[in-house]
Design a protein around this ligand. Structure first.
Ligand code: SF4
Length: 155
């Protein structure tokens, strides 16, 4: 699994500081994609469990979650990485343009954002978005946390 870059991000997973990996090779090619550099795997460098562990050790105490964005369909590898994160007592999150993922992946994740980018509908901060951000531990949809000046929807 190749990554284009990694970064520390503050808003992608509510209430968490996340080590985010931008995974290469996204096949979805959503029109208007904000990260077309992720469409090909050729621009990336391999992520290994050793590198992941190295980075977790480097940022220990400063991060609470590890987030994967983009090319999540390298499922076996991703599941292995998620185990390493949990072993280090970190939460796990995945942003995918797909509308669903396998049970195997769900078992390794705490948070999941699903849905392709559709410019007319907007992202998680838009009330009309098609995308869904879910806390998989509770099953709750947390889109309201991204939408300023909106209240939690009643169920
Ligand atoms: S799923 Fe995300 S990374 Fe992939 S094309 Fe769509 S917006 Fe871009």
């Amino acid at each position: 699994m190749n990554i284009y870059k990694y970064d520390i991000v503050f808003q992608e997973v509510p209430d968490h500081v996340s080590l985010a990996f931008y995974v290469c090779g996204c096949p979805l090619k959503c029109p208007g994609c904000h990260s077309p550099e992720l469409w090909t795997e050729k621009t990336g460098t391999p992520l290994t469990t050793e590198l992941l562990q190295q980075l977790i050790t480097r940022y220990r105490g400063r991060i609470t979650c590890v987030l994967f964005l983009g090319g999540e369909w390298h499922e076996a590898e991703l599941c292995q990485f998620l185990k390493v994160c949990h072993h280090n007592h970190l939460h796990t999150a995945l942003y995918t343009g797909l509308t669903e993922v396998s049970v195997r992946l769900l078992e390794g994740l705490d948070y999941l954002k699903t849905g392709p980018w559709v410019r007319a509908l907007g992202g998680l901060d838009s009330p009309t978005t098609n995308q869904v951000f879910r806390d998989l531990r509770t099953g709750k949809i947390l889109n309201h946390l991204f939408q300023h000046n909106t209240k939690e929807p009643s169920l």
